[in-house]
Design a binder for this molecule. Structure first.
Ligand SMILES: [Zn+2]
Length: 290
């Protein structure tokens, strides 16, 4: 497949409109493997991964974009992240059956989604958007229209093998003709799931917008990677505090932490924990077991 695990940007030459297309194959299959998800639970995870992959490139972020929804519905947690190295990771927790007719508020049992943008050397920027609409794309379009003041259209699709999507955004500037944005939106809305998933971007854009002049940029390869590490887990223990750490140690014999994104396991015994808390002149947490 031409699009395999790619992110690619495009521009409308005659209008202040930009776009991004993402297609995830291998990277999505690795994340989808985590199990416990089915039907819309699985497709929402895939679609959300496509969203953060689209945003990290569209907004040209040097850092990461995280989208998170927590609630009390059958899909009680969803966290996805993409970074400027084109690495993605994500997890979701399904605890009940999802009604195929339910809207996203009911599925998550939540009213909001949280988008966090982290860039190096700056405070993280957090945007909170109401979770409204039937589909994830409805909530995101509302978020961009209100908080970011950037009209944005998302098409998202996902099955067990592939998650794909396209974003089209009107950026500040004057349209050549008043109808251009509506025309582009109307044409974009005609895209089928199959076209989004199977066509090379050049062919897809020719099929959708054959009257427009478009410029395509080089594509980037996306892969699944997790940023967890023993050092980060040790830092988490530190923030948990010594009292709580000792309590777990006493009842469990060791502290075992599993990464929810990649299932990597980090365990800390009594000596490790003492080192983490810097006791007895021990080495700092960075230099634990090797
Ligand atoms: Zn991990």
């Amino acid at each position: 497949m031409n699009n395999s695990d790619q992110s690619q940007r495009f521009l409308f030459e005659d209008h202040p409109i930009r776009g991004q297309h993402v297609s995830l194959d291998q990277s999505w299959q690795e994340i989808a493997q985590q199990g416990g998800l089915e039907g819309r639970g699985l497709s929402l995870l895939g679609e959300a991964l496509v969203v953060v992959a689209l945003l990290v490139d569209t907004l040209k972020i040097e850092g990461s974009v995280t989208l998170q929804i927590r609630g009390t519905g059958p899909l009680e947690l969803l966290v996805v992240e993409a970074n400027s190295k084109h690495e993605i990771r994500g997890t979701a927790r399904q605890v009940g059956e999802i009604d195929e007719q339910a809207d996203i508020q009911q599925i998550f049992g939540s009213d909001v989604l949280v988008i966090t943008i982290k860039t190096e050397g700056a405070e993280p920027h957090q945007g909170i958007a109401p979770l409204r609409g039937i589909k994830l794309s409805d909530a995101l379009e509302y978020y961009f229209a209100t908080s970011e003041q950037l009209p944005t259209h998302f098409c998202l699709t996902c099955d067990a093998k592939n998650a794909s999507g396209m974003l089209i955004q009107k950026i500040p500037g004057k349209l050549k003709d008043d109808d251009a944005w509506d025309r582009v939106l109307h044409l974009a809305a005609t895209v089928t799931d199959d076209e989004l998933q199977r066509l090379a971007l050049g062919d897809l854009l020719r099929r959708l917008f054959n009257e427009e002049t478009l410029r395509l940029f080089d594509s980037r390869t996306i892969k699944f990677a997790c940023s967890c590490s023993r050092e980060r887990t040790a830092a988490m223990l530190l923030s948990l505090g010594k009292a709580e750490a000792s309590e777990i140690l006493e009842s469990e014999g060791e502290i075992s932490v599993s990464c929810e994104f990649c299932s990597a396991n980090y365990s800390f015994d009594q000596i490790d924990v003492e080192q983490v808390f810097g006791e007895g002149g021990a080495a700092p947490p960075n230099a634990t077991t090797h």
